[in-house]
Design a protein around this ligand. Sequence first.
Ligand code: MGD
Ligand code: MGD
Ligand code: SF4
Ligand code: MO
Length: 693
Amino acid sequence: MSKEYVNSICGMCSVRCPIKVEVEDGKARYIEGAKSLKGSLCPRGAAGTALTFDEERPQYPMIRQGERGEGKWKQVSWDEALDYVADKLKAVQKEYGKDAVLFSDRGGPFRDFYRAFLRGIGTANYNNHDSACARNVQNAALSVFGFGRKGVSYDLGNCKHIVLQQRNIMEAINVAECNNALNALDKGAKLTVIDIRANVPATKADNFFMIRPGTDYAFNLAVIHVLINEELYDKKFVADWIDGLDTLKDFVQEYTPEWAERETGVSAEALKAFCRELAEAAPSVIWHPGWMTARYADSFYMTRTIYLINALLGSIGAKGGLPFMGKPGDVGAKGLQSFMNLYPKPEGKRVDGVGWMEGRKHYDAGPGLVNLAYEAIVTGEPYPIKAYIAQRHDPLMAFPDVADVKSLWDNLDLLVAVTFSWSDTAWYADVVLPISPYLERDDTIMTKNGPKPSFVMRKRAMEPIYDTKAIWEIYSGLAKRFGLDDLVYENIEDIWKFQLEGTGYSIEDFAETGSVALASEAVYKPVTDGSFKTPSGKIQVIDEKLEADGLLSLKPYVSPEFPPEDKFRITFGRCALHTQGHTVNNALLFERMPENKLWINTEKAKGLGIETGDRVSVSNNGYSADTTAFVTDFVHPDAVFLVHGFGHTLPCESRAKGHGIADNELMPKGIKKYDKGGGAIAMQEHFVTVAKA
Ligand SMILES: Nc1nc2c(c(=O)[nH]1)N[C@H]1C(S)=C(S)[C@@H](COP(=O)(O)OP(=O)(O)OC[C@H]3O[C@@H](n4cnc5c(=O)[nH]c(N)nc54)[C@H](O)[C@@H]3O)O[C@H]1N2
Ligand SMILES: Nc1nc2c(c(=O)[nH]1)N[C@H]1C(S)=C(S)[C@@H](COP(=O)(O)OP(=O)(O)OC[C@H]3O[C@@H](n4cnc5c(=O)[nH]c(N)nc54)[C@H](O)[C@@H]3O)O[C@H]1N2
Ligand code: SF4
Ligand SMILES: [Mo]
């Protein structure tokens, strides 16, 4: 029996914690967190072996035989699959132009190699999943600071007051962040949770405000009102770095705490006391801007207020607050060499109109808004899209209303899914290109930005057990078929060497821990001229770019609809045991949590004759599914809550099939409802019916 340990990177969610994998006789047996995490992992990270050894994942490349979604597949070799995809892509580009190829992924630090391929074939239409996730935060950060949401980090270790508003730091997990938050609480930091239900952080909070769903913007406007009117803000920081305080002050005058109480249900006195606590802890305050903010038609504006509140408290750039993100260059190191730089940026205009179309010029152009690109598939305007590659992206679960999204794809000549597990999208695709799960594959080296930037290497812990490939192998194979010789590689070491060229580091430097630290001490960059990338060089209340697109910077508050009689607003979130929809069929995690219970308020449940443990059905627009009720005082009476990702229907997922409710099916034609300010889908603007099953 031979035993070895491999340092690598977890791939069970998009956080990418460093891990140590125990390998016995060539098989990964046990995973723990790296030393930097003191060995800790979240449950999903620990269940990575169950993904690897799951027979119910795509085991070889497949080409569709029957109709889309019929589930008739032909097993093919990798050469056949890549020939098929390359030929189709070429035919589409020849007939409809280079930009007729659309691509979307999950974003993240491993993109450089395949984005270089997309540049190489000349399409302007790279997208990510983010209009269903954090786009409002990204665009709000740009609108206030001139840089994106990752321009700041969260210094939880030194924070004195953490505010979590629609941010569940202990269940929507990033292991290091979760541990840092818990340590801060141990050291006496205060915690305030603003949520529509008592999540795990709420159980540890000093203040818990259970807010009426959809009224967060009202709450925050009242907070700004108090901070300014009671002069609780950081005068020096504001004088030096905020442009437009008077305008903001005028705007919030009508939004008093007493007014907010009527909107949100949170007492005016409690809100005022909370503001005073914040001022006491400032500038070591983190009011987290949120992550999954694709919820309401005003989520972008709500997030803008969060950034402005942090600015009023002087926490931007502060120790214990939101310090500026450190990149390799900030600590005197050289960044990785980029494959994307081998090719020019494609000349075409984005099909989603982002960056150039009226009303869409203000959005961050980087990953676009794929929901808007789907419109082009239907209309052919501004030009047709005929091929679509969804990689590490399951739009049929990530966007509302499966049938509606499918119908948007009808005009595609080619739909490719690149994935390591089955998904609604893979099942509906023309070609499935199965990726080796992370324990079986190497990836390009990633840069981890932060107070102490580093380079981290994902190394495979074992050989693939099925006929699957690493992402670089797939795109290297496609590059070869397109004559993009600079991207044709036979082994990962040569790719790593290319990336490391000029950095002064070599592959051997990763041997001991799997990473290379670029700084020994955390770096806090001071706030100086040039910190904010806005026209004034300051944090801006008024965003000219937004206004030029016909949108207001300070949008008057609009009270959200109350649920119609006998209906509830649908709300959702994450749990510690699953990642989106793709772990429900994981044998270990399914055993722990096979369905998503329905949270429903005690009084409301009583009216419907529902008790905890009863089977209940939730319906909207012809969709209906059953689950178990969880009756509690600690969810707002207007809402019901579900963990996202359940209600699978695919025959190839024997465990997940038929369990729980697909929250995305409760949002009819929801992809068309989006926040014009930030571009993200407004998924909680829907009402559902609940009944005892
Ligand atoms: N109704 C509703 N909709 C939501 C949400 C919600 O809460 N409710 N949440 C939203 C949020 S926050 C997000 S981020 C999106 C997430 O939705 P997606 O972006 O689609 O993300 P995942 O479900 O994590 O992964 C998609 C697919 O990629 C595969 N995959 C995972 N890891 C890898 C990998 O390393 N390589 C490859 N090639 N494939 C991989 C998975 O098996 C899965 O099939 O959904 C959003 N949509
Ligand atoms: N375990 C686990 N961790 C994950 C993921 C996962 O799937 N599983 N996914 C990762 C991804 S992609 C993302 S985007 C993040 C998401 O990270 P978060 O956004 O922090 O997670 P969520 O659980 O979606 O939502 C946070 C909280 O918002 C609350 N909420 C819902 N509606 C409202 C509202 O109207 N107002 C207020 N104030 N609160 C509301 C929910 O009750 C929930 O407690 O998590 C990441 N981490
Ligand atoms: S948070 Fe959990 S699932 Fe995500 S990378 Fe870390 S250990 Fe893996
Ligand atoms: Mo997300």
